[in-house]
Design a protein around this ligand. Structure first.
Ligand code: ADP
Ligand code: MG
Length: 695
């Protein structure tokens, strides 16, 4: 097969029959290029082989021998497969438990390499449940006489790591020369990195741990560099193609805007307002992430920016991830702007058709100044007359695509709004530098004054009544509570649902108090009514699912009690806890949990130990990894296969610095020598980042 290329289908490779090919395809490995990029996720050390007369007991050993006898023993449900291996020096008994199927695979006359822990059984040496490999040609397969590293590949039920290993090992030498590097040699040398070809050799067939680590470093760097190049290219494309309205601010306007707010801004808010006003004053489209822990007061900061747009004769918009939150923004902002001429409207998926049509035509005519809503704002037919400031609240729920979609709402193709993204889930530093790497970042790093820290306590399910007693105490003092359960309807045993919880509480622990349900199956009207009554203190407690998770702001609520807390993610628990502690009362967060996994226990311990959103985000990233961190697959975060954002901060910093310099020098990567770099970058992240191919 003289014409092997990276595009050659895997089934053309030596030793790949239909079954193996099917297994490889199932893992997404269709072509030689995919195969070579399928890197081991770890390595296993293999000990030198020992002859059978020389085996120590209670040791991990590797050895080979011919199968001289085999039999199936035990009963049907508990079959043992026993063999004897001999190598001319000695003999060894080998047994596999519950392994009747091995009888069909391992036959007398086969040569086997085995690896496992020896033990003494009835005074004879025995190897139980070893890993094994049938040597097709024992003479040709050299005995392993030095410790070696064996790659362990991501595999599946249908294809074992060992098979993948064999396929790659057989063809590696022919594949490697096909790999051209997309980075120049001097560039790599400066960073002490191997060429791509060498990196692939080392990652698949390392001599030792150092080689494997060095190879991994190069491949991880590549992933991060491609991502960062994409991020900086996207920013360059935006800035070159589009202008945003420059919004002026002076003392008079500043005073007028602040007069609308029912409190003085904190230093932390002022600082961020200053950064935003600086951005908006120029026609360079703002792309800023505002992170501030739950309750830090992001809403008024957003309002400030939107009012700058309105004052200059443009429009502002804020998009929230849930209807409840959009409604709340609408109410808050409306009350702050009561008796002003500013026209505010709410648009969600639940807005009736006739109302929506009327609203949209007023929007297009410029008769609405601030539009508040859910992702309904992105739907077709929503056209602004002149959108100058677009705010996306709680971005961790949204993909990066939303930013682009919202930008596209500007009427004039050459113009784009300033975009502010707000999140209460602080993005750990590493992630902030990746898919969000083209955002400037502002942090509201202090809470408004007068907040008392929230006390968090853990309860086992049997201690539930203690938790309820604490809730009751608060309600008796006229404060309010949230009681959260993971599901609406009873499903599994041991999982609390809101209906049962309501019934149980009414029947005893919270009898006599005014309780109501809040969950996603209620209509918007019903939810509004419930929220309205809760806000008016016409209800004492809400029995809710996590729909109340984001942004709900009710200062009189001072207890958050969460059932089956082990079922919630860390970010989610932190969000839920943030629903209380917004007023003057010292608030409580009560976690009722029965954790059965290490991760779940870890999350609860973190919750109890810290209230710092940044720390929680970092721990969350470590526990779950970045893919999960954003919750949704469509978060716009390209999948990283080699790089590990919880660990590779130094590589990321390097990749970022390199990418920035590179794009400054060559914004479109259009130089001829950049051809393969450019192609690979588009392939890796172009779609996720919404990059436009120019030329
Ligand atoms: P988040 O950052 O979670 O969106 P919000 O904007 O909902 O926070 O604000 C939380 C609460 O703090 C609201 O009740 C808001 O009115 C109040 N708040 C915001 N800024 C201040 C301030 N500077 N002084 C006093 N209270 C404030
Ligand atoms: Mg908020």
């Amino acid at each position: 097969m003289p014409d092997l290329t990276l595009l050659t289908p895997v089934e053309k490779l030596q030793g790949v029959g239909p079954a193996v090919a099917r297994g490889l395809r199932e893992l997404g490995l269709f072509r030689v290029g995919h195969l070579i990029a399928h890197v081991p996720h770890r390595y296993q050390r293999i000990e030198p082989e020992t002859t059978l007369d020389n085996l120590p007991h209670d040791h991990v050993v590797s050895a080979r021998g011919e199968v001289t006898a085999s039999r199936l023993a035990g009963n049907r449900r508990n079959a043992r497969f026993e063999i004897v291996l001999e190598d001319g020096h000695g003999r060894l008994d080998v047994v596999w438990f519950n392994a009747a199927y091995l009888q069909r695979k391992i036959k007398p006359g086969h040569w086997l390499r085995v690896r496992g822990t020896t033990r003494l059984y009835n005074r004879a040496l025995q190897l139980a449940n070893p890993e094994y490999e049938i040597l097709e040609n024992a003479e040709a397969e050299p005995a392993i006489d030095e410790p070696a590293l064996r790659p362990v590949y991501p595999a599946s039920e249908h294809i074992a790591s060992r098979v993948i290993e064999r396929v790659i090992a057989r063809s590696l030498d022919r594949i490697l020369p096909l790999i051209d590097d997309h980075l120049p040699e001097p560039f790599l040398a400066e960073r002490s990195m191997p060429t791509l070809c060498e990196a692939y050799r080392r990652v698949h067939a390392p001599k030792d741990e150092d080689e494997a680590a060095g190879a991994r470093r190069r491949l991880a760097y590549d992933e991060l560099l491609l991502l960062q190049l994409g991020v900086f290219m996207r920013r360059a494309q935006l800035e070159l193609a589009k202008r945003a309205p420059a919004l002026a601010i002076d003392d008079a306007l500043d005073t007028r805007i602040r007069a609308r707010m029912p409190f003085t801004l904190t230093d932390a808010q002022n600082h961020v307002v200053g950064e935003i006003a600086g951005d908006l004053a120029t026609d360079r489209p703002t792309n800023r992430l505002i992170q501030g822990d739950v309750g830090s007061g992001k809403t008024v900061v957003a309002l400030y920016a939107m009012l700058m747009a309105v004052a200059a004769g443009h429009q502002g918009a804020i998009m929230a991830p849930t209807e409840i939150l959009a409604e709340q923004h609408f109410l808050t902002i409306k009350s702050m702007l009561a008796d002003s001429r500013t026209k505010i409207e709410l648009l969600t998926g639940a807005t009736p058709k006739a109302e929506r049509d009327a609203l949209l035509s007023r929007l297009e005519a410029g008769a609405i100044d601030i539009l508040i809503g859910t992702h309904a704002l992105l739907s077709e037919g929503v056209r602004f007359k002149s959108l100058a400031v677009a705010v996306i609240d709680e971005q961790h729920r949204f993909g990066v695509h939303q930013r682009a979609a919202l930008r596209a709402k500007a009427d004039d193709p050459k113009s784009t709004p300033h975009v502010l993204v707000m999140t209460a889930t602080p993005i750990p530093r590493t992630l902030a530098l990746t898919a969000f790497g083209d955002l400037d970042i502002s942090t509201i790093d202090a809470l408004p004054p007068g907040r008392t820290p929230i006390k968090t306590r853990l309860f086992a399910p049997q201690q539930r009544s203690e938790a309820y007693a604490l809730v009751r105490e608060r309600l008796e003092q006229g404060q309010q509570a949230f009681l959260v359960a993971p599901v609406i309807e009873q499903s599994e045993t041991g999982i609390m649902d809101v209906r049962t919880l309501l019934r149980d509480l009414e029947a005893g622990p919270l009898a006599g108090f005014r309780l109501a349900l809040m969950h996603g199956q209620l209509s918007q009207r019903e939810r509004e009514t419930v929220m309205e009554r809760f806000r008016a203190a016409d209800l004492d407690a809400l029995i809710a699912t996590s729909v109340i998770e984001v942004g709900v702001d009710l200062p009189n609520a001072s207890v958050m009690c969460i059932e089956n807390a082990e079922r919630f993610g860390l970010a989610q628990l932190h969000q839920l806890r943030g629903r209380v502690g917004r007023g003057d009362h010292a608030s409580l967060c009560l976690l009722i949990a029965d954790p059965t996994t290490e991760d779940a226990t870890e999350r609860l311990v973190v919750m109890e130990a810290t209230a710092d959103g940044f720390e929680i985000a970092q721990r969350d990233l470590e526990i779950r990894g970045p893919g999960e961190f954003f919750g949704a697959a469509q978060s716009g975060m390209p999948r990283l296969r080699v790089a590990d954002l919880a660990r590779d901060l130094d590589l990321l910093t390097l990749a970022r610095k390199d990418a920035r310099a590179w794009i400054e020098a060559s914004p479109e990567l259009a130089r001829p020598e950049e051809e393969s770099l450019r192609r690979r970058m588009f392939k890796a992240v172009g779609k996720e980042l919404g990059l436009v191919e120019i030329g």
